[in-house]
Write a protein that binds this ligand. Sequence first.
Ligand code: FAD
Length: 473
Amino acid sequence: MADENKSTQVVVIGGGPGGYAAAFKCADLDMETILIDPEENPGGVCLYRGCIPSKALLHVAKLLNESEEAKDWGVKFKKPEVDVDKLRGWKSDVVKKLTGGLGQLARARKVKHVRGIAKFLDAHTLEVKPADGNKYQLTFQHAILASGSRPATIPGIDIKSDRLMDSTSALDLKDVPSSLLVIGGGYIGLEMGTVYASLGSKVTVVEMLPGLIPGADRDLVQVLHKRLKDKFESIMLNTKVVDMKEQKNGIKVTLEGKDVDKPERIFDKVLVSIGRKPNSENLGLSKTGVQIDNKGFVRVDAQRRTAEPSIYAIGDVAGEPMLAHKATHEGIHAAEAIAGHKVSFEPMAIPAVVFTDPELAWTGITENEAKEQGLNYKVTKYPWAASGRALTLGRTDGLTKFIVDKDTERILGVAVVGVGAGELIAEGTLAIEMGAVAQDVALTIHPHPTLSETVMGAAELIYGPATDYYRKG
Ligand code: FAD
């Protein structure tokens, strides 16, 4: 196209929460910025096929569950009727509004959004393939690679079938299958399983490892597992899917594991959610000095600079944890580093949230990690049965946990399982980043009656009984 810029100060490849945040910050810092992404507007996986559409559907799942549970409080609703087309439309509207808003923000900041795909020709040149035009070359002073990640597939099991879904097609919500097998007990599988179970699917989860949500402490996962066991048809741990074949009435799945009593089962649909892979291939990175580790992540330093000084990398492509908020903060850091600011990406805590029912969230160090690192720590657990607010919500299935350095009383980690845990965890992250000791949280007046009092309660327990929870020893 004749009017395309052929050179720019900064080019950002990928318009997800890392890429658009980086591009916006570059523009705010007065750098000429081009953002390249295949979609009509910025948003990336998070907005188009990740965080946002899944949370919109989970909100509806919550409503359906609560309408069912209200009978225990003397309120009986008729069985809800779900209009799948309308629900899909509502979810898509949410995505459209948010991504459209990002498009406006890009224009307001004079970030030039090129709809297309880019790959490196060398450390200062990209080949850009626009969605609606001919290929051209773009030279840049700095590039920020934010190409994100994609769903991983099961090696050796390669069937093509409309009944086989990944997280993207599961979010498309084509229909509500009568039975759904979720392969993988990580956060994406459990969130999508929750959505489909509440819409009426009989959901079975298989997980290769001995527990759900690897990475989180087992005492918290147990609380979630207990409730999911009631909502799902079954949860099979230590179990592997070794074969899948499409047949007329569904997908025949072969399972392997010591507790498997029926190795062959048929499911209407199967969702594969076994993790995500960084998008570091097909980008021409071999023509630059960028280095990639054995898991496919781009190696970066504390400024998010790669081994090639003109190229930065952020977000899912630059390593774990593959979370939107981590990507955004890295993007801002990379932009500031390019502008010459003295910055370093060294968070003390990156919160992780599983938006199931109940939610599970943790920040800072887990107890497992504290153990592995041989730290001298103390743990307290505040059960939600002691929370007035939890009782008023009919949801005492929760636990708030503190991991505190025994010598300094500094808060090392906070974890919460329970409704709204995803909101509560922010206090823990702030406390850790501020270098707070448990006493700081225990002495902070928390509003009553709220679930946030459980955070105060867990902090109080470091020093003895909490006001509303007495525990000897
Ligand atoms: P992405 O969002 O992956 O975006 C990368 C963009 O780069 C894409 O638009 C892609 O098309 C584009 N791109 C790739 N290659 C090129 C190229 N060569 N040229 C131009 N463009 C290119 N995280 C959370 O924090 N909270 C959640 O609740 C959450 N829920 C999730 C639910 C699901 C179902 C999924 C799948 C993910 C979820 N995530 C969640 C993870 C989150 O979506 C990612 O961590 C986040 O999107 C990563 O952001 P990013 O900027 O690295 O890249």
